[in-house]
Design a binder for this molecule. Structure first.
Ligand SMILES: *[C@@H]1O[C@H](CO)[C@@H](O)[C@H](O)[C@H]1NC(C)=O
Length: 130
Protein backbone atom coordinates (compact mmCIF):
# COMPACT_ATOMS: atom_id res chain seq x y z
CA UNK A 1 0.00 0.00 0.00
CA UNK A 2 1.58 3.19 -1.19
CA UNK A 3 0.23 6.57 -0.07
CA UNK A 4 1.22 9.71 -1.86
CA UNK A 5 3.77 11.56 0.23
CA UNK A 6 1.53 14.60 0.61
CA UNK A 7 -1.29 12.51 2.12
CA UNK A 8 1.06 10.98 4.65
CA UNK A 9 2.33 14.39 5.57
CA UNK A 10 -1.20 15.70 6.07
CA UNK A 11 -2.12 12.76 8.30
CA UNK A 12 1.01 13.25 10.38
CA UNK A 13 0.24 16.94 10.69
CA UNK A 14 -3.32 16.26 11.89
CA UNK A 15 -2.19 13.65 14.41
CA UNK A 16 0.41 16.05 15.70
CA UNK A 17 -1.80 19.15 15.76
CA UNK A 18 -5.06 17.78 17.18
CA UNK A 19 -3.93 16.76 20.67
CA UNK A 20 -1.83 19.87 21.11
CA UNK A 21 -4.82 22.10 20.27
CA UNK A 22 -7.09 20.40 22.76
CA UNK A 23 -4.47 20.32 25.50
CA UNK A 24 -3.99 24.06 25.04
CA UNK A 25 -7.67 24.62 25.73
CA UNK A 26 -7.46 22.48 28.84
CA UNK A 27 -4.45 24.36 30.12
CA UNK A 28 -6.35 27.61 29.81
CA UNK A 29 -9.41 26.28 31.62
CA UNK A 30 -7.43 24.79 34.48
CA UNK A 31 -4.63 27.26 35.07
CA UNK A 32 -5.89 29.46 37.91
CA UNK A 33 -4.39 32.67 36.58
CA UNK A 34 -5.14 32.36 32.87
CA UNK A 35 -8.86 33.11 33.26
CA UNK A 36 -9.79 35.32 36.17
CA UNK A 37 -13.37 34.06 36.20
CA UNK A 38 -12.79 30.33 36.38
CA UNK A 39 -11.79 28.25 39.37
CA UNK A 40 -11.25 30.79 42.09
CA UNK A 41 -13.28 33.38 43.91
CA UNK A 42 -13.17 36.85 42.45
CA UNK A 43 -14.72 39.95 44.03
CA UNK A 44 -18.15 41.01 42.80
CA UNK A 45 -17.61 44.49 41.40
CA UNK A 46 -21.17 45.77 41.57
CA UNK A 47 -22.79 44.63 44.76
CA UNK A 48 -26.05 46.42 43.87
CA UNK A 49 -26.52 44.22 40.80
CA UNK A 50 -30.15 42.99 41.02
CA UNK A 51 -28.98 39.42 40.50
CA UNK A 52 -26.74 39.63 43.58
CA UNK A 53 -29.63 41.09 45.58
CA UNK A 54 -31.77 38.15 44.42
CA UNK A 55 -29.13 35.66 45.56
CA UNK A 56 -28.90 37.37 48.97
CA UNK A 57 -32.70 37.46 49.34
CA UNK A 58 -32.87 33.78 48.49
CA UNK A 59 -30.28 32.97 51.17
CA UNK A 60 -32.10 34.99 53.84
CA UNK A 61 -35.47 33.46 52.88
CA UNK A 62 -34.11 29.92 53.01
CA UNK A 63 -32.44 30.58 56.35
CA UNK A 64 -35.71 32.10 57.65
CA UNK A 65 -37.51 28.90 56.71
CA UNK A 66 -34.80 26.80 58.28
CA UNK A 67 -34.89 28.57 61.64
CA UNK A 68 -38.69 28.76 61.49
CA UNK A 69 -39.16 32.53 61.38
CA UNK A 70 -40.14 32.67 57.69
CA UNK A 71 -40.77 36.17 56.38
CA UNK A 72 -39.71 37.78 59.64
CA UNK A 73 -36.09 37.34 58.62
CA UNK A 74 -35.30 39.98 56.02
CA UNK A 75 -32.33 41.17 54.03
CA UNK A 76 -31.16 44.63 55.04
CA UNK A 77 -28.30 44.95 52.55
CA UNK A 78 -25.49 43.14 50.81
CA UNK A 79 -22.15 44.28 52.20
CA UNK A 80 -19.69 42.51 49.92
CA UNK A 81 -19.30 39.38 47.90
CA UNK A 82 -17.24 37.19 45.68
CA UNK A 83 -18.09 34.60 43.13
CA UNK A 84 -16.56 31.48 41.67
CA UNK A 85 -17.49 30.07 38.29
CA UNK A 86 -17.79 26.31 38.45
CA UNK A 87 -20.44 24.30 36.61
CA UNK A 88 -22.74 27.14 37.57
CA UNK A 89 -21.68 29.76 40.10
CA UNK A 90 -20.80 29.77 43.79
CA UNK A 91 -21.60 33.00 45.59
CA UNK A 92 -20.02 33.97 48.88
CA UNK A 93 -21.82 37.01 50.25
CA UNK A 94 -21.51 39.08 53.38
CA UNK A 95 -24.84 40.67 54.23
CA UNK A 96 -26.90 42.33 56.91
CA UNK A 97 -30.22 40.75 57.85
CA UNK A 98 -32.70 41.49 60.60
CA UNK A 99 -35.16 39.40 62.53
CA UNK A 100 -38.50 41.20 62.86
CA UNK A 101 -37.83 44.79 63.86
CA UNK A 102 -34.52 43.80 65.43
CA UNK A 103 -31.13 45.32 64.80
CA UNK A 104 -29.49 44.04 61.59
CA UNK A 105 -26.71 41.55 62.13
CA UNK A 106 -23.92 40.49 59.85
CA UNK A 107 -23.89 37.08 58.20
CA UNK A 108 -21.92 35.27 55.56
CA UNK A 109 -23.55 32.86 53.18
CA UNK A 110 -22.59 30.48 50.42
CA UNK A 111 -25.15 29.96 47.66
CA UNK A 112 -24.73 27.74 44.64
CA UNK A 113 -26.60 28.62 41.48
CA UNK A 114 -26.71 26.09 38.65
CA UNK A 115 -26.44 27.15 35.02
CA UNK A 116 -30.21 26.63 34.83
CA UNK A 117 -30.67 29.16 37.63
CA UNK A 118 -31.58 26.75 40.43
CA UNK A 119 -30.30 28.07 43.74
CA UNK A 120 -29.12 26.11 46.74
CA UNK A 121 -28.22 27.45 50.18
CA UNK A 122 -24.93 25.84 51.21
CA UNK A 123 -24.31 27.73 54.42
CA UNK A 124 -25.49 30.73 56.40
CA UNK A 125 -23.54 31.81 59.45
CA UNK A 126 -23.35 34.82 61.72
CA UNK A 127 -20.16 36.84 61.61
CA UNK A 128 -19.36 37.37 65.27
CA UNK A 129 -16.43 39.75 64.86
CA UNK A 130 -16.98 43.25 63.39
C1 LIG B 1 -24.62 48.64 39.58
O1 LIG B 1 -25.86 48.04 39.29
C2 LIG B 1 -26.98 48.91 39.45
C3 LIG B 1 -28.22 48.09 39.20
O2 LIG B 1 -28.15 47.39 37.98
C4 LIG B 1 -26.84 50.08 38.48
O3 LIG B 1 -27.92 50.96 38.66
C5 LIG B 1 -25.53 50.81 38.75
O4 LIG B 1 -25.34 51.80 37.80
C6 LIG B 1 -24.36 49.83 38.70
N1 LIG B 1 -23.15 50.51 39.12
C7 LIG B 1 -22.01 50.40 38.47
C8 LIG B 1 -20.85 51.12 39.05
O5 LIG B 1 -21.89 49.72 37.45
Amino acid sequence: MDFPKSTLLLVLLLVWAAPSLSSNEEDQAEAPDSDTRFGRYVPIENISDPHITAIAKFAVEEQGKKIGVGRQFVLTKVVSGEQQIVDGTNYHLVLLAALGNGFPKKYQTFVYESRQGEKELDSFDPILYP
